[in-house]
Design a binder for this molecule. Structure first.
Ligand code: BG6
Length: 520
C-alpha cells in the first residue's frame, strides 16, 4: 500500500511495519446488528457506519445486515438507515457514498428464537461472501437487552455462525467477532455468568465489549498526556496530589428510559464502566508498550488495587431527582417520569470514595460522582494538588487562592485546563486562581470522530485495545457490589431538585474530609 514501509523487524523478516499515523482501513467484512430498530442503533451505530464509509475507512464490499422482528424488505431497511444517517451522522451527506453503502444493506426478519430466521441469516451472509466479497468475515453486534443474550448466542453457535471457517489454501483465515453492549451483568455473579456464557460461544479474543467512553478522543488523550510528556509524571502521585475528582454530570432526565434504567440506577449505569475506566487510565502505571495486552495488564493491576473507603454511610452518597428547573424549562421528578414505578428507589445520582492501594496513590482519595438532571452536562477528571506547604504572604493576600488543579475536560468543550495562582495586577500582592487552557477546537482543525466510529472500526480491524476484557468488568463489579448491597439495605435515596448539583449528602461526604466538589 502506498506510503507503507516494509522493514524487516529484527528476527522476523516477514513482519510488516506500518506507519501508525496512516488511516487504517478495514478489510472485507460485514456487520450484523441485532436490535437494529433500537435507539442506540438509530442514533449511534448506523450513523457511525456511514461516517466511516464517508471517511473511506470501510472496504468497498462492506455489508450491513439488520436483524429484527419488523417485516422489512432490504429496501425498507435501507430507508431506515438513510433516515438515521441524515438525522445523526457527523459528516456531511454524500450521495455517492450512500449509494455504495446501500448496495450492501440487507435485512433478515425474525425473532431471536426463530431457528428458520437464523438459517436465513446464515444464507444471507454466505451470499454476501459470494456477491460482495466479504470473505467470511462477520461481526455480530448485540444491541439487545441482556435477557436476550443467551438465546442469540445459542443461535449463533447452533448455526455455526460464531465459528470462522478454516482457511482455504491461498486464502487468508476468516474471522467472526461479537460486540456486546453494557450492561455486562448487574453484579459480580451475573457478570461472571454472562462472561462464561459468551466465552462458551466466542473465545475471549473475539469478544469486543463496548465502553463508549474509551472511544472518546479526550479519554485516549489521557494516555498521551501522561505518557508522552515529562512534565506531569513527577507530580502524578501521592506526594503532590491531594485528591482526584471524576465527574460525569448530565442535564438530561430519564423520560423514555424506564425499561432500562428503573432498578439499575446511576452506579450500575455509568460508575461500573465509564467512571472506573476513567479512574483506571488516570491511576495506572505506564504500559511497557502500546500493545493491547500491555494496556490490559496495567488496567487490571490498578483495578485490583482499587478499594472502597469505608464506612460507606459516610463515604458514599445517592440521590433521586425531584421536579425543578432545567434552564428555563420546568421538568418533572423521576417518580413522575413515564414508566417509572412511582415508589422507585432507583438512584439517579451516585458518588463513591475510592483508594488506590499502590505506592503511587496510597492515601489519595478518588471521588467519583455522576447524576442526571444536574446543573449542566460535563464530564471531567480533576487532579487536585496539595497546597504549597508554606506561603510567604499575608493571609489576606491569598484568600482567593485555591488548590492547583489539572482538569481534563472529557466533554463538552474538550480540552485541558491547568489552574494555578497568579498575582493580580496592581500595587499590592494579591494572588488569585487563573486558568491556562488547551482546547481541541482551537489547537486542531479536524473535528473528533464520534466514539462509536472509532470503536466500530476497531472491531472490524480486530484491534482490542479500547475494549475492556472480562477480568476488568469483573473487577469493577467487585469494587462496586458492596455499595450496591449497602444501598439496597437502606431506605429511599435522598431527593434533589432538578437543575442543582445533587443531594446534600454528597456535599457532606466531601466536607467530612475538609474538601468540596468542583462546580464545573
Ligand atoms: C450511557 C449511559 O452509557 O452513557 C447513559 O447508559 C448516559 O445513561 C450516556 O446518558 C452518556 O454518554 P455521553 O457520551 O453522552 O456522555
Amino acid at each position: 500500500m502506498a506510503g507503507q514501509k516494509k522493514t524487516a523487524a529484527p528476527g522476523n523478516p516477514l513482519r510488516e511495519e506500518r506507519d501508525k499515523r496512516l488511516p487504517r482501513i478495514a478489510g472485507p467484512c460485514s456487520m450484523v446488528i441485532f436490535g437494529v430498530t433500537g435507539d442506540l442503533s438509530r442514533k449511534k451505530l448506523m450513523p457511525a457506519i456511514y461516517d466511516l464509509a464517508n471517511r473511506g475507512l470501510l472496504p468497498p464490499g462492506f455489508a450491513l445486515v439488520g436483524f429484527a422482528r419488523r417485516d422489512y424488505a432490504d429496501e425498507d431497511f435501507a430507508q431506515v438507515v438513510l433516515q438515521a444517517v441524515k438525522e445523526h451522522a457527523r459528516t456531511p451527506f454524500r450521495q455517492e457514498v450512500w449509494d455504495q453503502l446501500a448496495e450492501g444493506i440487507r435485512f433478515v426478519q425474525g425473532t431471536f428464537d426463530d431457528d428458520a430466521a437464523f438459517g436465513t441469516l446464515a444464507q444471507t451472509l454466505k451470499k454476501l461472501d459470494a456477491e460482495r466479497g466479504t470473505g467470511g468475515n462477520h461481526a455480530f453486534y448485540l444491541s439487545i437487552p441482556p435477557n436476550a443474550f443467551p438465546v442469540v448466542l445459542e443461535q449463533l453457535s447452533r448455526t455455526g455462525l460464531a465459528k470462522a471457517s478454516d482457511a482455504a489454501p491461498g486464502k487468508p483465515q476468516s474471522w467472526r467477532r461479537v460486540v456486546i453492549e453494557k450492561p455486562f451483568g448487574h453484579d459480580l455473579e451475573s457478570a461472571q455468568e454472562l462472561n462464561a456464557l459468551v466465552n462458551r460461544v466466542f473465545p475471549e479474543e473475539t469478544v469486543f465489549r463496548i465502553d463508549h467512553y474509551l472511544g472518546k478522543e479526550t479519554v485516549q488523550n489521557l494516555l498521551a498526556l501522561r505518557f508522552a510528556n515529562e512534565l506531569f509524571e513527577p507530580i502524578w502521585n501521592a506526594n503532590f496530589v491531594d485528591h482526584v475528582q471524576i465527574t460525569m454530570a448530565e442535564d438530561i432526565g430519564l423520560g423514555g428510559r424506564a425499561g432500562y434504567y428503573d432498578g439499575i440506577g446511576a452506579a450500575r449505569d455509568v460508575i461500573q464502566n465509564h467512571l472506573l475506566q476513567l479512574l483506571a487510565l488516570t491511576a495506572m502505571e505506564d504500559p511497557v508498550n502500546f500493545q493491547p495486552r500491555q494496556l490490559q495488564i496495567e488496567k487490571i493491576k490498578v483495578l485490583s488495587a482499587t478499594k472502597l473507603v469505608e464506612p460507606l454511610e459516610e463515604t458514599t452518597a445517592r440521590g433521586q431527582y425531584a421536579a425543578g428547573w432545567q434552564g428555563s424549562e420546568r421538568v418533572v421528578g423521576l417518580l413522575e417520569e413515564e414508566g417509572f414505578d412511582p415508589h422507585s428507589r432507583t438512584e439517579t445520582y451516585a458518588a463513591i470514595t475510592l483508594n488506590v492501594d499502590t505506592r503511587r496513590w496510597a492515601g489519595v482519595p478518588f471521588y467519583l460522582r455522576t447524576g442526571k438532571r444536574l446543573g449542566r452536562r460535563v464530564t471531567e477528571i480533576a487532579v487536585m494538588f496539595k497546597r504549597a506547604p508554606h506561603l510567604p504572604f499575608d493571609q489576606t493576600m491569598t484568600e482567593e487562592l485555591g488548590q492547583n488543579a489539572l482538569v481534563i475536560r472529557v466533554q463538552p468543550d474538550e480540552g485541558i485546563t491547568m489552574r494555578f495562582g497568579s498575582k493580580v495586577p496592581g500595587s499590592s500582592m494579591e494572588v488569585r486562581d487563573v486558568n491556562m487552557d488547551f482546547s481541541y477546537g482551537e489547537s486542531f482543525t479536524e473535528s473528533s470522530p464520534e466514539a462509536y466510529e472509532r470503536l466500530i472500526l476497531d472491531v472490524l480491524l480486530g484491534e482490542p485495545s479500547l475494549f475492556p476484557v472480562n477480568e476488568e468488568v469483573e473487577l469493577a463489579w467487585r469494587i462496586l457490589d458492596p455499595v450496591l448491597d449497602h444501598w439496597a439495605e437502606g431506605g429511599k435515596p435522598e431527593s434533589y431538585e432538578s437543575g442543582t448539583w445533587g443531594p446534600a449528602s454528597a456535599d457532606e461526604m466531601l466536607a467530612r474530609t475538609g474538601r468540596e466538589w468542583r462546580r464545573p
